[in-house]
Write a protein that binds this ligand. Structure first.
Ligand SMILES: *Cc1c(COP(=O)(O)O)cnc(C)c1O
Length: 406
């Protein structure tokens, strides 16, 4: 068997583009190059028609109206537009936003920004299983609360928040509900009406489309939601997001949505079976823990800690033959382990020893077989060299040891 290395298991960071998406995009670079806002000639009409069609494909996947889709450069921009846009638009109503500690940085840093502008933000903790506590959510609501921003599925753990319960609480209090659904859309059924979502961010490159394009869903009725534009200019996207549309990328986004819509059901099954097999095999190792609830979870994600082994060391151990992320991967220049895992109550040791497996459309059973063997071998080998592991095996209570501080 000829297995091509390295194996890509970092689909939560980005997915490879589906060749069928590329094919749909190609005519729109050179041949059909028009500006979708050019109203006076056929070059513009052809581009506009392509964008309209893509917008329908995008809307259909989430059961929205095409008019409710604001095309952006991706989920980061959509997160910014949703939170800052609501904060500005509804300033006379209130200045309080509720979010949670395991959100993506695009949400957390945007919330920090509105705090600097004088707004107030409540960051809800999550329980050990990664889920927010709905009672805490209810208790956090004040008469100044204008927005609840809770993500759909977590990018590190795959934990799916109780979106319908959250939206029901928001509705009851007349508060808007925004969700960053970047990891969920295209992977599991997301229905903005059944789920009671008012605003929702998602991105093409997490669902086999191109990078640099995404959308903000903005509800148009019951209630009619508006956001203040964060990008001023020609008044594109119903005035909420100016800038000439990236037609080839948008066409690709539409195609990616259509493919996900058609293939989601069988693909979610295939991925969860593969993910469970990976997890069950790796759990045969001692002192191995799955992070986050295994019950409410995206089908393509597993986050596992291998105690007494460093995530980065593990990756070196299998010679970078498997491309994935570890909880000790340093965002920014810090050595801080994943804030998401720490929010679940993991200590530094367990957070540092975690790996995130992000499976995808092009992941095969052979790749999973290779991964299971490589990781098991490496964990066993590294533990054999670890004095901590030796102490653990001798029955020393490692948590009781006083470490020298420096
Ligand atoms: C990837 C990701 C983002 C950022 O999306 P971009 O399109 O790359 O800006 C935001 N939120 C979540 C949950 C993500 O996984």
């Amino acid at each position: 068997m000829n297995l091509e290395l390295p194996i890509y298991l970092d689909n939560n960071a980005t997915t490879p583009m589906d060749p069928r998406v590329l094919e749909a995009m190609l005519p729109y670079f050179v041949e059909k190059f028009g500006n979708a806002a050019s109203r006076n000639h056929s070059f513009g009409w052809v581009a506009e028609e392509a964008v309209d069609y893509a917008r329908e494909q995008v809307a259909k996947l989430i059961n929205a109206d095409p008019k409710e889709i604001i095309l952006t450069s991706g989920a980061t921009e959509a997160d910014n537009l949703a939170i800052k846009g609501v904060f500005e638009m509804y300033a006379t109503k209130g200045d309080h936003v509720i979010t949670c500690t395991t959100e993506h940085k695009a949400v957390l840093d945007t919330c920090k920004h509105i705090e600097k502008l004088g707004g107030h933000v409540t960051y809800l903790d999550v329980k050990e299983d990664g889920l927010i506590d709905l009672e805490e959510l209810k208790n956090a609501i004040t008469d100044k609360t204008i927005l609840i921003s809770i993500m759909y599925g977590n990018n590190e753990t795959g934990v799916i928040q109780p979106v319908r319960e959250i939206s029901a609480i928001a509705r009851k209090h007349g508060i808007l509900f925004f969700t960053d659904a970047t990891q969920a859309v295209g992977k599991i059924p997301v229905d903005v009406n059944a789920d009671g979502i008012d605003l929702m961010a998602f991105s093409a490159h997490k669902m086999y489309g191109p990078k640099g394009v995404g959308a903000l869903y903005v509800r148009r009725k019951n209630p009619r939601v508006k956001v203040t534009a964060q990008m001023d200019g020609g008044g594109h996207e119903r005035g909420m997001r100016s800038g000439t549309l990236n037609v080839p990328a948008i066409v690709g986004f539409g195609k990616a949505c259509e493919l996900c819509m058609n293939e989601m059901e069988s693909e979610a099954k295939r991925l969860s079976v593969m993910r469970d097999r990976l997890e069950t095999s790796l759990m045969e190792l001692e002192e191995t823990y799955v992070n986050g609830t295994r019950e409410h979870r995206l089908p393509h994600t597993a986050n596992i800690s291998f105690k007494y082994v460093e995530g980065e060391g593990l990756m070196m151990g299998f010679n970078k033959n498997i491309a994935l992320s570890s909880g000790s991967a340093c965002t920014s220049a810090s050595l801080e382990p994943s804030y998401v895992l720490k929010a679940l109550g993991l200590g530094d040791d367990l957070a540092h020893s975690s790996l995130r497996f992000g499976l995808g459309r092009f992941t095969t059973d052979e790749q999973i077989d290779f991964t299971i063997t490589a990781i098991k071998d490496t964990v066993i080998k590294l533990r054999e060299m670890s004095p901590l592991w030796e102490m653990f095996k001798e029955g020393v209570d490692i948590n009781a040891i006083e470490w020298a501080h420096h």
